[in-house]
Design a protein around this ligand. Structure first.
Ligand SMILES: [Fe+2]
Ligand SMILES: [Fe+2]
Length: 181
């Protein structure tokens, strides 16, 4: 169950502050939406590129999606779980698994990156990611989260997600991690 930041009203009873953080604060929803836009850009780059450039952009997409779904699954989803979001979150977790399977299929070395087969699979994957990120999260889940949880709490979740991304990034750059790749 998500913790909610509460403030004392003048009558002494707790009340929820539905305030957005100051403009220069990034909250959890802002952070996830910014990553969604970055994923859109990467899909466009892959569609325009060929050869090594296409492989590089596709590898970047795979890494960004893995990081994004990890911070959602480990911090955001548990942090915003309420009776109103529980079913949506269950569905979203299933969609993450489905996306992972398609991504693994796309990474299959047997598929030539400059082939119609790859482009067709990529097109379907893009639609799947768009449905999850835009229809399920941005248009359905995020408005419920914004209405139910206050800005300070969502800014705190953003901080936790950034910390997790930094620690995953550090682990990836450790020599032992590189040796395992
Ligand atoms: Fe997601
Ligand atoms: Fe997302």
């Amino acid at each position: 169950m998500a913790a909610k930041v509460k403030a004392k009203g003048s009558n002494g009873r707790s009340k929820r502050r539905r305030v957005r953080p100051a403009d220069d604060w990034l909250d959890a929803v802002d952070l996830l939406e910014a990553q969604h836009r970055y994923v859109d850009r990467l899909f466009s780059e892959i569609e325009r590129a060929r050869g090594a450039r296409k492989t590089q952009s596709f590898d970047e997409l795979a890494q960004v999606l893995a990081l994004h779904t990890t911070i959602e699954a480990r911090i955001f989803y548990p942090g915003v779980k309420t009776p109103a979001t529980e079913e949506l979150l269950r569905e979203s977790a299933q969609e993450h698994l489905a996306m992972e399977r398609v991504l693994a299929d796309l990474r299959d070395v047997a598929i030539e990156i400059d082939s119609h087969e790859f482009d067709a699979k990529l097109g379907l994957f893009k639609q799947e990611v768009h449905h999850h990120a835009v229809d399920e999260e941005e248009r359905t889940l995020f408005p419920i989260v914004r209405a139910a949880l206050d800005g300070d709490y969502l800014a705190g979740l953003a901080g936790e997600m950034v910390a997790l991304m930094v620690s995953i990034g550090r682990r990836r750059s450790e020599p032992s991690a590189l040796a395992r790749q």
